[in-house]
Design a protein around this ligand. Structure first.
Ligand code: HEC
Length: 141
């Protein structure tokens, strides 16, 4: 299965655009990972809304990206790295167990994504969005 040029370009281009000027390599790495999650979520969200056609292989690829990247959250955030451009809040490291539990919750929600049809995907995307929000609300500026 080869990614289409469009999706591949999206996954590669987004982090570069978002991370202009970030100097710390560990901050860069966790932002890259989040940006990949963001691009994959957008791909799925567009299919859920019907903006793009629901395509099983592309949906699977996006799901796999979120599962893989969310599995790296505890590794990527373990170091208390900082950068003026970072939006990470310091309570990540004081409430580490809760933070990583929210990462695990994202992985579980991504694994449970149902893209059998558009309605199922739309319902799934609401829980996925909930997982992003649950963490961002507390740990992201
Ligand atoms: C366990 C916590 C957690 C979860 C779950 C989570 N995020 Fe994040 N996310 C963060 C933190 C913290 C940052 C800020 C990182 C920084 O700037 O150093 C961030 C940053 C981002 C960014 C900005 C990346 C950049 O270019 O700077 C995007 C996009 C993003 N998240 C998308 C998502 C989406 C979409 C989901 C759900 C599918 C999600 N995140 C779930 C914690 C989380």
């Amino acid at each position: 299965m080869r990614p289409t040029p469009l999706i591949a370009a999206l996954l590669i281009a987004t982090p570069l655009l978002a991370h202009d000027g970030v100097k710390d390599p560990q901050v860069m790495a966790r932002m890259d990972s989040m940006a990949a999650i963001g691009a994959a979520t957008k791909t799925l969200g567009d299919m859920a809304k019907g903006t793009t056609t629901l395509h099983q292989a592309k949906a699977r690829m996006a799901r796999d990206t979120i599962v893989t990247q969310s599995g790296k959250i505890s590794m990527l955030f373990e170091a208390e790295a900082t950068d003026p451009k970072s939006e990470a809040l310091p309570n990540i490291w004081t409430d580490w167990e809760d933070f990583t539990a929210k990462g695990d919750a994202l992985k579980a929600t991504a694994n449970a994504l149902d893209f059998t049809d558009q309605a199922a995907l739309a319902a799934s995307m609401r829980s996925l969005g909930g997982s992003c929000g649950a963490c961002h609300k507390v740990y992201r500026k």
